[in-house]
Design a protein around this ligand. Sequence first.
Ligand code: NAD
Length: 300
Amino acid sequence: MTITTHATIIDGKAIAANLRKKIAGQVAALKEMFKLTPGLAVIIVGEDPASQVYVKNKGLAVTEAGMQSFQYTLPATTTQQELIAKIELLNSDPKVHGILVQLPLPKHIDEKVVINTVSPAKDVDGFHIENVGKLVTGQKDALVSCTPVGCIMLIKEVLGDISGKNAVVVGRSNIVGKPVAHLLLQENATVTIAHSRTTNLHEICQQADILVAAVGIPQLVKASWVKPGAVVIDVGINRVTLSDGATKLVGDVAFDEVFEVAGAITPVPGGVGPMTIACLLTNTLKAACTQHGIKVPAIS
Ligand code: NAD
């Protein structure tokens, strides 16, 4: 008799929905007790259709949680100076507790300068150099990048304590790979960061109890790379064209085959993606509380 096992699918959509419900409860309590409504401002420059969808979804989630949503769509011809002036206005607007500048920005604008213009206290994307420094040095008041926080929540949902586990993060971007690695380190995992110049990538991945793929290459991670029983978090979102010309979203992990080997795996879509938006709400709530000297409620 052959016994076949396969992975548990980590339902990011359901976990995120639960988190959003808890956040909405905390927002209602803030309004009731402190007359405070957290506000998130999102700025989009240009008309990139994917960015517009992301921004629209973020706005809907913010409103649904009972927060105030402010959206600013600026033309693609906006100068860096004009964008900075807008951010500075929002930095000093007391109704706005979080500011997010949707990336990518048009080529003539320096993203680094823009990111570091956002007040660190309102930097709900966690990209400001001050928040990155706080993350790396383990300071609890850091606003941390949303996708990495979402990944850790999903991992902990499956494993609970991850202390001492071998974690491999494939990808070293400032937005996902590096912050995920730092958060795993904070949870006392033993962390390896792999990237485009890593040799023997598959052998390194085979050591992982926790494997996070944040690469942007469709279905890069194969079943033979995965240790049986490992928890696999697929951050990748790649649109691929099928033989019939239709398109579909796939991750950085070859889901169908890895599903047969892993202990738990996130689907794409419906895994990490929904957590990103939920964690943006958490960060906005945290920013609003901190700015008003209110104890930040524990939500997880
Ligand atoms: P990025 O392009 O900034 O970084 C990709 C990283 O992958 C780099 O550090 C690079 O060194 C590494 N890499 C490239 N080729 C490699 C290879 N052959 N082997 C090993 N490593 C390699 O991308 P990013 O912003 O970190 O995003 C990664 C993926 O995650 C993308 O598909 C993106 O769309 C997705 N993403 C999803 C969410 C979400 O909410 N689910 C959020 C952010 C990004």
